[in-house]
Design a protein around this ligand. Structure first.
Ligand code: C2O
Ligand code: CU
Length: 449
């Protein structure tokens, strides 16, 4: 039994906030013959620690900035209180070196989310400042293992295995973004985890890379997609075709291990004209002699309807610029500017005719209204467009609505339309999650009041 001394100590312990410290560390990302890489981390881990919180609960973390530059944390995909959104310059001041910031917010939706730096993101995320944020269902589906897979790529100098600089090279900004020369999962080029035959796993895929679009398949695994960007699908969808995972997107899978003992099941990716392992699952031992039945759907999250799209306000957003684009110029800081002059200032892209942030938002929305945004990709590149604070649904040509998402991949010359209910008040970024694109023009914002 605890004595009085123990009881007296309790309030002090309860008051000490849990921290998340941004700091430099080293990680062996590359094969052992290479040096360890100096990385920027949360709590020394690459990726950052997996944060788990029950649905409907709160996440409270004090960001401690032990870096030599200002930083802030964005909680990607959480339908969050605006003041906690972590966008330096819009929802908070960046936290200076040595400073702290207390994040404390409710998590309404269960699912797979992630957190990452939102100050100079194109550099800070590339250096390692990201991690998984898992909001747990009260009734989670029955699986043998819940496996978080943070997919990433790193652009390393082969000489010394350190990050290639500059992070914002004009060539990558104006093309597909910063693509790594080493790909991996959970901080290593060769992620492996033992499993058993006939085991059922929940795989939580998170694309934390700056710009890479992962093309994935299952090998020795039979699977179902159960959620996208944290939001449950109405019914599990068997994985038959390739899975496309754009930067910042998440896919939750239920998979059964169909490979035999001694074989290696895998999540494989297509690159360099080949399928290569992205995460390996060597099969050691048998969990059961028989397979389970197919999985059930996850319980739905609250507030997932997008009603009234026929009468909704309609907005247009042209995406323009980049290498091989046809943009002659745009508005920047309130004046018209030609593409050459933009490029001279390291800016290459425009959304709705504007380069980067503007004083007035792309849209001022009334709280609770439904809005449709039609996006036309007039560039030569794909873009992963992300809305903060609210999920949206794609509106198909025939008016049907797609799954709830927070990040959607747009391909050149394939216009797409999204619709959402502006039910979360505040200032919300809308930007390309190819982070170099976001830093060189593809960032705007909406205001919900
Ligand atoms: Cu994950 Cu503004 O982004
Ligand atoms: Cu982009």
């Amino acid at each position: 039994m605890a004595g009085t001394a123990g009881l007296a100590a309790l309030p002090v312990r309860a008051m000490a906030p849990k921290t998340l410290t941004a700091r430099v560390a080293t990680a062996q990302i590359a094969p052992p013959k290479y040096a360890a890489t100096e990385v920027w981390t949360y709590d020394g881990a690459l990726p950052g620690p997996v944060l788990r919180v029950p649905q409907g609960g709160r996440l409270a973390r004090r960001l401690v900035n032990d870096l030599s530059v200002p930083t802030s944390i964005h909680w990607h995909g959480i339908r969050i209180d605006n003041a906690m959104d972590g966008v330096a310059g819009l929802t908070q001041e960046a936290v200076p070196p040595g400073g702290t910031f207390d994040y404390d917010f409710a998590v309404p939706d269960a699912g797979t989310f992630w957190y990452h730096a939102h100050t100079n993101s194109f550099e800070q995320v590339a250096r390692g400042l990201s991690g998984a944020l898992i909001v747990e269902e009260p009734d989670a589906p029955e699986v043998d293992r819940d496996v978080v897979l943070v997919l990433d790529d790193w652009l390393l100098n082969p000489e010394d295995a350190q990050f290639m600089e500059p992070f914002g090279h004009p060539m990558s900004l104006s093309h597909g973004g910063r693509l790594g020369n080493l790909l991996g999962t959970n901080g290593t080029y060769d992620y492996a985890r033992e499993v058993k035959a006939n085991e059922r796993l929940r795989l939580r895929l998170i694309n934390a890379s700056n710009a890479r679009i992962f093309v994935l398949q299952l090998a020795g695994l039979e699977g179902w997609t159960i959620a996208l960007d944290g939001m449950p699908l109405p019914a599990p969808e068997p994985v038959e075709a390739e899975l496309i995972l754009a930067p910042a997107q998440r896919i939750d899978l239920i998979v059964d291990v169909t490979a035999d003992v001694g074989e290696t099941a895998a999540l494989v990716r297509f690159d360099d004209d080949q399928w290569r392992p992205q995460a390996r699952f060597p099969v050691a031992g048998t969990a059961s002699a028989t397979r389970r039945d197919g999985p059930a759907a996850l319980p739905p999250n609250p507030n997932i309807e997008v009603p009234g799209i026929d009468s909704a306000r309609r907005l247009d957003m042209a995406m323009e610029g980049g290498a091989m684009g046809r943009m002659s110029g745009a508005m920047m800081n309130g004046r018209a500017i030609g593409f050459r002059e933009m490029a001279g200032q390291g800016q290459f892209w425009a959304l709705a005719g504007q380069v980067g942030m503007t004083d007035t938002p792309f849209a001022s929305l009334d709280r609770g209204e439904t809005v449709r945004v039609r996006m036309t990709n007039e560039t030569a590149f794909a873009h992963a467009m992300h809305l903060h604070g609210m999920h949206f649904r794609q509106v198909a040509e025939d008016g049907t609505l797609g799954p709830m998402r927070d990040t959607i991949l747009s391909y050149p010359d394939e216009p797409l339309e999204i619709a959402f209910v502006a039910d979360n008040p505040g200032k919300w970024l809308f930007h390309c999650h190819m982070l170099g694109h976001a830093a060189s023009g593809m960032t705007t914002w909406i205001n919900v009041t």
